[in-house]
Design a protein around this ligand. Structure first.
Ligand SMILES: [Mn+2]
Length: 277
């Protein structure tokens, strides 16, 4: 498994769970110094990223781009894939498609989290799920044409009522025409919704495509009460080789949250290997 740290470039998301903020190049330098393998960027729009500059900074630091988030489509433009308004749903698809294309330039997937929206009295759950399925089919296919997967993130009950657990996500993915959508498993959401986080990973198996590696209180791994031993062991056992990405609050500071995470990743992945022998 590979280590990754988040960088937010979205002013409106201030206070949100991102380790580094605002300065992409300085953040990449910090991530490199700390020994991360990759970065995950939360951009305000696809054009906000200067591809040449990012390509140069990644090459100079030997880091990968792990993923691009699409949350700005919701935070800045209130776009969701399950809006009652057809025009809004179309704009949401167009926004995500543009992020897929930007990420694909770096061989990375886009993430659909908050842009999934939620069922409402206007759009009851069966209709909302139909909208979501249709969008994931179109966008999963678009990502496939660019040679990258698409990541879909189940969220806790306070953020969506469409898919709250990995098992919900597996049902959704298995109902799609495309097989190019993977689950983003976020330990913060899972801590609220799953009966047993390790068991949920074992059941989701090959569908797991990315992990937000964070503690129970959205702070860096080790600063809450998550039981990482069995969780990381379950990821080893299902053959997960993707990223463990720090989507964590920058507490007590960005640097300390990042250092805490990279230490936790090294510790728990080594412990899981020892436990596996
Ligand atoms: Mn997340």
């Amino acid at each position: 498994m590979k280590s990754c740290v988040t960088i937010s470039l979205v002013a409106e998301a201030r206070g949100g769970p991102f380790v580094f903020w605002d300065d992409l190049i300085a953040s990449i330098r910090q991530a490199e110094e700390m020994g991360f393998d990759a970065i995950e960027i939360f951009p305000p729009s696809p054009d906000a990223i200067d591809h040449q500059q990012l390509r140069g900074a990644l090459a100079a630091s030997n880091l990968q781009l792990a993923a691009l988030g699409t949350g700005a489509g919701w935070v800045r433009h209130q776009l969701t894939l399950t809006s009652a308004d057809n025009a809004v749903r179309e704009q949401a698809i167009a926004f995500i498609r543009s992020i897929i294309n930007a990420a694909a330039e770096f061989g990375a997937p886009a993430i659909i989290g908050s842009m999934q929206g939620r069922a409402t009295p206007e759009v009851p759950a069966p209709q909302a799920r139909d909208y979501l399925r249709a969008a994931l089919d179109v966008l999963g296919q678009a990502a496939s044409e660019r040679g990258v997967p698409l990541l879909y993130e189940p969220l806790n009950r306070y953020e969506t009522n469409l898919c709250n657990t990995l098992a919900d996500g597996v049902v959704l993915l298995e109902s799609l025409q495309t097989d190019n959508v993977r689950l983003l498993a976020d330990l913060f959401h899972m801590n609220i919704e799953e009966c047993d986080i390790a068991a949920a990973f074992r059941q989701a198996g090959r569908h797991v495509g990315h992990v937000h590696f964070v503690d129970s209180n959205r702070r860096a791994a080790g600063l809450g009460h998550m039981t990482y031993g069995p969780i990381v062991r379950s990821l080893v056992d299902i053959g997960y080789q993707g990223y463990l990405s720090a989507e964590a609050l920058p507490l007590p500071s960005s640097n300390e949250a990042a250092l805490q995470t990279i230490r936790a990743i090294h510790y728990w992945t080594a412990a899981a290997r020892v436990a596996g022998n």
